[in-house]
Design a protein. Sequence first.
Length: 198
Amino acid sequence: MPKQILVRNIPDNIRSWIDQERHQHRMSQQEFVLSVLERASDRELAVRMPLFAGIPEVIETPAPESIPFRFVDLFAGIGGFRVALQKLGGKCVFSSEWDRYAQKTYKAWFDETPAGVSWSELIVAGGGAQNPTLLKSLRAAVAPLTVRTSDELGIPVTSREAVAFAILGAYRLRGKPNILPGATGASRAVSGGAIHQP
């Protein structure tokens, strides 16, 4: 359990500054004070280890509650993952599920089969992209849309998760939010994850 520190007799001008800054950054008092202490610690490290002095300071920026995008729900089950993506602002344009009982539940929940996809092509990744029967069915379902695997673009179909984590890491390095309330239930959008320098 982390040790606690109590600070007393904080001058009014410092307390006022803390309140103003924490409200501006939508942080609790504890979150703000810890972020200031972490930045001070990082600056001290930069003085002792100049190799890291050129690394830009990460400043978190506010983000919208959701980011609009379209997605395909393959191996959809009863639609749990779809619910999460829709909470993030996503719109499902195609879904597939082989289990007939899951199909019935999915249809009861969402009552739709997306049609009229306006994309010029569909890029498929993940385990399903290695299934020739599934790809054939998908191509037939979305024809005349071109369906390609991410392999054709130089991204191995099995690396989908690695690419997603790389994107999350890039957002973190830029101070952009990569944790959204609609997906995690967090109270606000934040740039999550620790940065460790070699």
